[in-house]
Design a protein around this ligand. Sequence first.
Ligand SMILES: *Cc1c(COP(=O)(O)O)cnc(C)c1O
Length: 497
Amino acid sequence: MFYKSTRNSDIKITSAEAITQGISSDGGLFVPESIPEITFDEIEKLASMSYADRAYCIFKKYLTDFTDAEIHYCTDNAYSTKNFDTESIAEIAHLFDGTYMLELWHGPTCAFKDMALQILPYFLTVSAKKINLDKKIVILVATSGDTGKAALEGFKDVEGTQILVFYPEQGVSPMQKRQMTTQEGENVGVCAIKGNFDDCQNGVKAIFTDNDIKSELDEKSMMFSSANSINWGRLVPQIVYYVSSYASLVSDGEINMGDKINIVVPTGNFGNILAAYYAKYMGVPINKLICASNVNNVLTDFINTGIYDRNRTFYATCSPSMDILISSNLERLLYIITGEDDSKIKEWFGSLAETGRYEVTDDVKSVLKSEFYAGFCDDEDTKKTIHDIYEKYSYTCDTHTAVAVKVYQDYRNETGDTTKTIIASTASPYKFSASVLEAIEGSKSELDEYDMIDKLNELSKLEVPESLAKLKTSERRFSDSIEKSDMKNYVLKNLGA
Ligand SMILES: *Cc1c(COP(=O)(O)O)cnc(C)c1O
């Protein structure tokens, strides 16, 4: 299996090369040359395996240049109870009849990003070794809150790597900020940007493709790579839990092999839902992919009209990890849907960079409409949904997951479709305690963040993740805050260049 760039179909590189490079030098994203198949037989067999072994079976189809031992080394290190607080790694909870919550937040930082970022450092260091790269790998991360912490935890003290994280100063929750600024490890750095997530992401992308910086790094025997979901090594681990959860529902007798299910994903950068799309095209019986946004509803409009237009007001919401106006991974989806038309992709994403807007062809519009349903939900409905499902089903969910639940309810009311459905639950409610508590109690809490956690524990009866509880006494290590125009200099200074 080789990989090519969405902006140049002639590129042909191995997965190890795609993972170490992160993004293609033409600005495109790496994609596999074809989507491998998984048979019902294979899915059935997954059910009796550990999560690590299920992951191995999927990776074997995509990372064909890795040896069996290399893949096992990665999966065994990443997916164990050393890092996750549940044996199943990804837990499935019943919400109501035929509706399941796929809890992807049992990892060390309490958000679904751990599912990929616990394994990415292993993929990266193994890949670098495979292609005889003896350079230090410098990871630059733009984060809307959860990726940053998950990447820091994944990469801390991993030999041969250094990591620098940029987050929007006003765009993350107090708990997310505290998680990042107290990060331990000798090879880590964290810096606030006076701007929003898109500013952080554009800054990082510009640095990745800056030839001056590249040659400076070359001289120091360093190279950049990315831990954002533009890296294929981030995306492929996310395919696993969709295949795996289907296998679990079959073996639990909830569905029969071959029954179609819907999948609902609270979406920002389009990485998580794209992984579900890959699972579908591998052969998992999936009916609708339901794309749920908050009021930054650029994706809702895009899927419904075929016009992507980021020229709109940016809102800071109570689901901050979805406060995104440029969804990078759409590029991969459109590459597939257009039949790998790299010139169209170049045209559209060039136009996005220049004017903030592009419009796809009628053919693409009709595919988008048949594959996806898209909706959005504001903060008021998000909180109402948290309240309602707490009261009705004694289930406590975070703000991002609540957006997905609400959009799913809208979908069901609008279409009458009662197909069994998996809702991706992307964060622990404790990670957004203030909003969740406000939603359940009906008014803003006066308590401090840590007392809120205790209060939420009382109400939800959910165990408090140790990683959050211990933040109360952790020492703050990082306090830098810079203008977005200073990112390049900041990176050079930090790398000693
Ligand atoms: C990152 C994140 C999302 C959005 O996922 P994408 O892959 O960017 O679409 C949703 N919820 C939470 C809690 C997240 O951290």
